[in-house]
Write a protein that binds this ligand. Structure first.
Ligand SMILES: [Zn+2]
Length: 64
């Protein structure tokens, strides 16, 4: 009874349960998720750069 639960995985992209190896239920999910991750990484980097710029700007203003 537990075997069914133990053997299935959840797709990292769509969250669907599937049987087999890997993190994704299909190649499409794998590609789609990689794309999403790449976009998220870029957004995070942008956010980081912007906050650093704001900090530098505040520092410069407080010094002057
Ligand atoms: Zn999937």
């Amino acid at each position: 009874m537990n075997q069914k639960i133990a053997q299935h995985r959840h797709c990292r992209s769509c969250g669907k349960a599937f049987v087999g190896d890997g993190r994704y239920c299909s190649e499409e999910c794998e590609k789609g998720n990689e794309e999403t991750l790449r976009k998220k990484k870029r957004q995070l980097l942008l956010l980081y750069v912007v906050s650093v710029l704001i900090m530098i700007g505040a520092l410069v203003v407080s010094v002057m």
